[in-house]
Design a protein around this ligand. Structure first.
Ligand code: ADP
Ligand code: MG
Length: 240
């Protein structure tokens, strides 16, 4: 579903990604971890074309992200992205937040978009909050809305960038629970997260990045059992 081949990227003189390659199969859950500044966010932003890159190729469902002929807005609408900060529209209600892109990007009717939005809101346990504005919800609730909003676009894959790291500890699990459900339903997911409990539960593979490189790309059990690189070992010993 997602193929990343020999991707390198520079910000000016600074090389932020060095020869990164990996693949995410349909239905696979891949967790990306590594120290702050190692290029995790940059890599997943490259996957849906939010960042460009100078070398290598990335394809999503066979569509080349770096090809200037590719319709990036269309591709992006098919790849859900959930960030650390929820980025809901503060002036719109939850229902409106869920319906907007369905109407504007997918051309759905208002009724169909609202109907779909409410179903997904129910699925993340927030149907009673449909009429509220984001500011009236907790961080964990807002992040669940953000996930529902991404799902409303019928994504072929979901990208998460530290979706729980801005949340108070008591709210982390309510968001992880939604992600675990998604994973179990077979969603293709690439998740930057340091929640190793989540990784142990649902990840097929774990990628460890350091200084712009993929240092380790291993099946979950191999990664947790015996990470090959010293840097991954040191990282794991710090966060576990
Ligand atoms: P991570 O998500 O692993 O913390 P990032 O992908 O955000 O890492 O950043 C990787 C490196 O690239 C960091 O050193 C960061 O300072 C640098 N960086 C990120 N965005 C930019 C930018 N727009 N311009 C210049 N440097 C950047
Ligand atoms: Mg980051």
């Amino acid at each position: 579903m997602i193929s990343i081949k020999n991707v390198s990227k520079w910000y000016g003189d600074f090389q932020v990604l060095t020869d990164c390659s990996t693949e995410v199969q349909k239905g696979e859950v891949v967790v990306v971890c590594g120290p702050s500044g190692s290029g995790k966010s940059t890599l997943i932003k490259c996957v849906n074309g939010l960042e460009g890159f100078q070398q290598g190729t990335i394809t999503v469902d066979g569509i080349s992200v770096g090809d200037p002929k590719t319709n990036l807005p269309k591709l992006r609408s098919r790849v859900g992205m959930v960030f650390q900060h929820f980025e809901l529209f503060p002036h719109l209600t939850i229902t409106e937040n869920l319906a907007l892109a369905q109407i504007k990007v997918l051309g759905r009717s208002k009724d169909a978009a609202i109907d779909k939005g409410l179903k997904l809101l129910d699925r993340v346990g927030l149907k009673a909050h449909a009429h509220k504005h984001p500011g009236q919800l907790s961080g964990g609730q807002q992040q669940r809305v953000a996930i529902a909003r991404a799902l409303a676009m019928d994504p072929i894959a979901m990208l998460f960038d530290e979706p729980t790291s801005a949340l108070d500890p008591e709210m982390i699990n309510e968001v992880l629970d939604v992600m675990v459900e998604l994973a179990k339903e077979g969603m293709t997911m690439m998740c930057v997260t340091h929640e190793m409990g989540f990784a142990r539960k649902v990840a097929n593979r774990v990628i460890f990045m350091d200084r712009g490189q993929i240092i380790e790309d291993a099946k979950k059990d191999e990664f947790f059992g015996s990470p090959r690189s010293e840097r991954a070992q040191a990282f794991l010993s710090k966060i576990l």
